[in-house]
Design a protein around this ligand. Sequence first.
Ligand SMILES: C[S@@+](CC[C@H](N)C(=O)[O-])C[C@H]1O[C@@H](n2cnc3c(N)ncnc32)[C@H](O)[C@@H]1O
Length: 255
Amino acid sequence: MKRNDSMLIRHLSNFGILSGAKIIEIGCGNGELTRQLSDLVGSEGIIVAVDNNGKALEVAQSKINTFKYNNVQFVESDITSFPVDMSLTEENSFDFLIGRRILMYLATPSTVIKDLSKYLKKDGIAMFQESDPTIVPASITPMPAHDKAVELIRTMLKAECAHMTMGFNLPKTLINSGLEFKQVYAEAVIQGQGEQYILSDMIKLLTHRLVDKGLATQLDIINLIENLIDESHDKSNVYISDMSFCAWAKKCSIS
Ligand SMILES: C[S@@+](CC[C@H](N)C(=O)[O-])C[C@H]1O[C@@H](n2cnc3c(N)ncnc32)[C@H](O)[C@@H]1O
């Protein structure tokens, strides 16, 4: 899969027609997934998208303004103390609790899911997509620049205290939240196959974080990006940079 091909949207679509669904999305960032959810639920649906980064939410809001449906409410809040404004949410009223690449940043993800699942209806679904790079990279062709980029990202995430094994831990995290765990899926994230969200784009986006943490200089990054692009020219190369996991659980009772 492509890194930003949303596995979560594909698995969510397996629940049938989602038009009119009510969704809480946590850690929405700049709203890339939010926009896909907005499309999926349509004019009758509602998405409450929460993030604690005001700047990311500004981007998310400006991009959604040009969208066809007016069905998203962005909330700036720390999800460990959500919601700030109770009027936005009613207990037992949401169909889905969703998040992509957010649980890895939380100290106690099961507690957060447990607290937020009170907003789910009975039979409501919690679904999360998380990354887990602990069994990659993998390639039969030597691609040293790609290896270097993956290692840099990994070191940066460790320095940010992210849970590196969140993907493999998704089932346990959902079980510990008190929901009924149903299924987990995993897919390899492949680089360098033509129309991809390639590692060089990712490194470019992460420049500030890498430089701020003292892991690379601007010049290191420019050189690395050139080398990554060189290595990407051979379309026959298959380079697995990450594994993506998606898991879901059901709220079986209302307490
Ligand atoms: C890696 S980004 C993922 C963004 C988006 N879900 C996506 O997949 O494109 C993680 C996001 O989680 C947000 N975040 C991290 N901890 C948070 C918290 N405690 N409360 C709310 N948002 C949080 C960050 O601000 C960031 O926007």
